[in-house]
Design a protein around this ligand. Structure first.
Ligand code: ADP
Ligand code: MG
Length: 488
């Protein structure tokens, strides 16, 4: 594992802080809604606006989601955790402090396994997960002379998932975020809509020579897509190498990624540690979790992407790659399994159904810019289509015609085959007759074949298939042609 990712002798070190908005209807310490896209300052309670005397009430559902997340990443759920105040001034923070979990986070440890380009697995460790409130938003583009404050986001519950500095390339970092996002979506702890800012990544990156201490890191703030994450890290790796090789040092600093230029630039220095004067929030008791509550969350955990993938590989004999793509989205994975179960011969059809979904169906969805839940034909039809191939009613080639008609009309593939007369020709005598005709009409090729040009066999197969309008059973054509040619 060591040193395979060296770039000009430099090893890249990456650690990520992922901010995941907890999927819950109300804020962390007030009952204001968390709905996205509301009119500014529509969802602001007296507590969110930090009116004097208002007290926080902890959202227990949000806590449950953090517990589930901790279980899903194999972390340790701390029976006692605590909320602390992080004090700083900013216009979008009316209380003058953010409530977070600095000293005793709810989850410690855990890991995520990712698949590397060569197919091997790598375990990336998680340092801890803590809960905290989001801040409000300053709006600078509504008026040339003023800035406005929107507090709808103030107090929205977040989990900050902090990794160990275990990643060694931008690829690993992107895979980590993708896996983490899948897990969060599976358990329903976060919607992970990166465009809506449900999942934001701060990427810490440094370079050093192997077997020397880590270098100074730059922290790239608020990245909101995996594509930008990859681009920002790749840019930053090159920048840091150029700087150091030019004899400069990398200062500890916070940087921003500009998606238009593909570059990162300095936002503020981090050379002097900020003084936030953290202390336990006197308005909140320590968070104490009963073991029974943790056990209940554990029992409610769904099958996670990694184990679903393993099961698909074992039960359905899928390749690692196909299984990975199918489990990436729970809706697709569920669609696939329902289709398999609807087949007359689930075991035999499973691999073929996966192929049809991953190749033909995905191509169609991509072209139409739709997702799988928008399909209008019942899931079972996908199985019926494959059943028709399996029981040799149609060939794989004809199945493409049937599929095209199915997604166009939403009709049952069985009916389509009947209506269009696409049943495979399985009658020996019909096939034999077609072959005799083909040989009669192509005497020159037949002579050449007999003279040893055996490659012409494929030509005769093709001509026979054409004569049968693509409906001949390919296996039977092969066998009968062999017999006929033997006798010539
Ligand atoms: P801070 O409190 O300043 O944010 P932390 O020690 O909590 O710093 O680390 C934040 C993140 O930075 C973690 O994900 C960690 O893995 C990562 N990190 C720490 N040191 C380095 C380094 N030298 N290079 C890259 N990432 C690092
Ligand atoms: Mg940090």
């Amino acid at each position: 594992m060591e040193n395979i990712n060296l770039i000009k002798g430099w090893e890249v070190i990456i650690g990520l802080e992922v901010h995941a908005q907890i999927a819950t209807k109300s804020k962390l310490f007030s009952s204001s809604p968390t709905d996205f896209g509301a009119e500014p300052n529509k969802h602001v309670s007296f507590y969110d606006a930090a009116m004097p005397g208002m007290l926080p009430v902890l959202n227990t559902y949000a806590v449950d989601q953090a517990i589930k997340t901790g279980l899903a990443i194999n972390g340790k759920i701390n029976r006692i955790s605590r909320f602390d105040r992080k004090n700083y001034f900013y216009p979008d923070l009316p209380s003058g402090y953010q409530i977070t979990q600095m000293f005793f986070p709810i989850i410690t440890g855990g890991y995520i396994d990712i698949v590397l380009q060569d197919g091997s697995n790598k375990r990336l460790n998680i340092h801890h997960i803590h809960m905290e409130q989001d801040a409000g938003k300053s709006v600078h583009d509504m008026s040339p002379g003023y800035s406005y404050i929107d507090l709808n986001r103030a107090g929205i519950p977040l989990m900050e998932i902090v990794s160990e500095p275990d990643m060694r390339s931008s690829y690993e970092a992107v895979q980590y975020v993708k896996s983490l996002r899948n897990i969060l979506k599976y358990i329903g702890a976060c919607d992970c809509n990166m465009e809506k800012g449900n999942l934001r990544v701060d990427a810490n990156i440094s370079i050093h020579k192997p077997n020397t201490p880590f270098g100074n890191r730059a922290e790239i703030k608020n990245i909101n897509s995996t594509k930008f994450l990859g681009e920002a890290l790749d840019y930053e790796i090159q920048r840091q190498i150029l700087e150091i090789e030019a004899g400069n040092r990398i200062p500890q600093e916070t940087r921003l990624f500009d998606a238009h230029t593909g570059e990162t630039r300095t936002m503020r220095s981090k050379e002097d540690a900020d003084e936030y004067r953290y202390f336990p929030d006197p308005d909140l008791k320590p968070l104490i979790l009963e073991q029974s509550r943790i056990d209940k969350m554990k029992s409610e955990l769904p099958e996670l992407p990694e184990s679903k993938k393993r099961r698909f590989i074992n039960d359905y004999k899928l390749t690692e790659f196909d299984a990975s793509v199918l489990v990436e989205d729970k809706i697709v994975a569920d669609y696939y399994e329902k289709a398999v179960n609807a087949s007359k011969t689930p075991k035999e059809s499973a691999k073929l159904i996966a192929n049809w979904i991953l190749v033909e169906l995905f191509a169609f969805l991509n072209k139409k810019n739709k997702n799988i839940s928008e399909l209008l034909f019942p899931i079972e039809y996908m199985a019926y289509l494959v059943d028709l191939i399996q029981d040799k009613t149609i060939s794989g080639k004809i199945a493409k015609t049937v599929f095209a008609s199915m997604i166009e009309t939403n009709n049952n593939p069985r009916d389509i085959v009947k209506k269009l007369g696409l049943e495979q020709i399985q009658d020996d005598s019909v096939i034999k007759h077609a072959i005799e005709e083909v040989l009669k009409n192509n005497p020159k090729q037949l002579e050449q074949y007999k003279a040893g040009k055996v490659a012409l066999f494929g030509f005769f197969v093709g001509q026979t298939m054409k004569a049968l309008q693509g409906k001949g059973n390919p296996e039977m054509i092969n066998n009968i042609l062999m017999e006929v040619l033997d006798k010539k």
